[in-house]
Design a binder for this molecule. Structure first.
Ligand SMILES: Nc1ncnc2c1ncn2[C@@H]1O[C@H](COP(=O)(O)OP(=O)(O)O)[C@@H](O)[C@H]1O
Ligand SMILES: [Mg+2]
Length: 455
């Protein structure tokens, strides 16, 4: 027999085990249970110790183990509303069965957790659907004007691109419809029900771009949010990410983007784990990427990766045949019954539209707003269009007006040349011989909007 001290010692060990334990001796008398056994089965020590097991638990299989010496694993038991599984084994000493032990695990908790997990899963699915519907692209190929005209070939290429998952690079001046094409491609592809996530690489401060794109883990930097933050790549999973103004992406970040493209894996800032993602990339830029590669401002390897299907959208001045149809469409969407005179129509076709379709759309919206009668006249167009570019009426204009118009034009051209990022604006200001603050003031004064009007 064991000494009392040893028995206490063994009892303490058994008590500390996280599974329910019950021990019977060779006669089937219960000798020991632990608190976890009581918790799982509801049977207390004083009810059972010293009594034959089969008396208190008629369904118990442990006495069988005593007889045949066989282990039993994962036996399911249900007593009232308590469910548990039991493993059973004989206790053998010097070749003889001197007792048997059962080890029980509660199923009630497993069920509870399974139920909770199911609820959480449903919630996640709901949220995923909400994300998908929140980030839908709204434009389709039907809305792109120019199919029969100047965009015929461009649209053909884009439609082919939509049938694949290949990276697309859209090049074109500001306002030519790059985002419109990106959305149309996504909406035609079989990712159409999943998110379309636009990211303007020029508008997010370079220091934030990485964490915006990749997300971050909790505590990865001073102002990091609790619980971390999901990145745009993760948000775009199974959908399309539209990297607008990709030419303005900081050089160091380009290497990370390349890695995502190559491996289709991301790692959050400050995170250890890599996550597989499945995204389609459409990039766009109004800058000459080849020139940037040549100047070592854009990584060549990334350029080749993005430049798989290349879509070049010609500026509006090179496809003036599309202008009348664009104007008619914009007029129709204004929901006001307004006509446009032949003369104005011709005039609008002469203008060069440095801001492309966006500028044309804004000019029509403006004219619709200004036209009091049912027809748009020359005088209803924005001044800088009606007066400067096509028919310079030098006679009755003040010196100030002429200077302001020239100033506006030069600023626009310079911004088009350098780009829209903060660094580029600094360079533009330098080229113009003015401070960055003055440049910003003038951009505001002349309503120059080189950044996109988001959909
Ligand atoms: N071919 C086109 N047909 C109809 N609308 C167009 C076309 N191209 C551009 N637009 C309109 O012009 C505006 C600017 O287009 P956007 O795609 O934002 O240009 P980008 O991204 O190249 O600066 C949007 O309102 C867009 O709907
Ligand atoms: Mg754009």
């Amino acid at each position: 027999m064991l000494s009392t001290e040893k028995v206490e010692w063994w009892k303490a060990i058994v008590s500390s085990i996280n599974d329910g334990i019950l021990v019977i001796d060779h006669e089937g008398i219960v000798r020991l249970i632990n608190p976890e056994y009581t918790r799982i089965t509801g049977v207390r020590e004083e009810e059972i110790i010293g009594k034959p097991l089969h008396q208190l638990r008629p369904g118990a299989k442990l006495p069988n183990t005593l007889k045949d010496g066989k282990c039993r694993v994962g036996v399911y038991r249900k007593e009232g509303n308590r469910e548990y599984v039991v493993d059973m084994a004989p206790i053998i000493l010097e070749g003889e069965i001197i007792g048997a032990v059962s080890v029980c695990k509660s199923l009630t908790e497993v069920h509870k957790l399974t139920h909770e997990l199911k609820k959480k899963k449903q919630k996640i699915e709901q949220l995923q659907r909400a994300i998908d519907s929140l980030y839908q692209a709204k434009y389709t190929f039907d809305q792109i004007i120019g199919k029969e005209g100047g965009l015929k070939q461009t649209i053909q290429i884009a439609e082919r691109a939509a049938e694949t998952d290949l990276p697309v690079l859209i090049m074109g001046e500001s306002g030519t419809g790059k985002e419109l094409f990106a959305q149309a491609i996504h909406n035609r592809s079989n990712r159409r029900k999943r998110p379309f996530i636009p990211v303007n690489c020029a508008a997010i401060p370079p220091a934030l771009l990485e964490s915006e794109l990749f997300g971050y883990e909790e505590g990865s930097f001073t102002h990091a949010k609790k619980g971390g933050k999901i990145g745009l790549f993760e948000l775009a999973n199974n959908g399309t990410i539209f990297l607008d103004e990709v030419g303005d992406m900081p050089f160091e970040l380009q290497a990370k983007l390349l890695r995502v493209l190559q491996e289709q894996k991301i790692r959050r800032v400050g995170g250890m784990e890599e996550k597989e993602i499945n995204i389609r990339i459409i990039a766009a830029t109004n800058r000459d990427l080849e020139q940037l590669v040549f100047k070592k401002l854009f990584r060549q390897d990334l350029f080749y990766r993005l430049n798989v299907i290349r879509i070049e959208i010609p500026p509006l001045r090179e496809r003036k045949e599309d202008i009348p149809k664009l104007i008619k469409t914009f007029l129709r969407s204004s929901l006001r019954n307004i006509l446009i005179g032949e003369e104005v129509m011709k005039f609008l076709q002469l203008y060069d539209w440095p801001g492309n379709v966006r500028e044309l759309k804004n000019a029509i919206d403006y004219a619709v707003c200004m036209a009091e009668g049912g027809e748009i006249q020359l005088c209803h167009l924005p001044k800088w269009i009606s007066e400067l570019e096509v028919e310079p009426k030098q006679t009755n204009r003040t010196l100030r007006e002429v200077i302001e118009e020239a100033e506006r034009k030069l600023i626009r051209e310079t911004l088009n040349r350098f780009g829209n990022g903060i660094e580029e604006k600094k360079k533009a200001a330098q080229a113009l011989g003015i401070s960055l603050a003055t440049l910003y003031n003038k951009i505001k004064k002349y309503h120059i909007d080189p950044n996109e009007d988001r959909f």
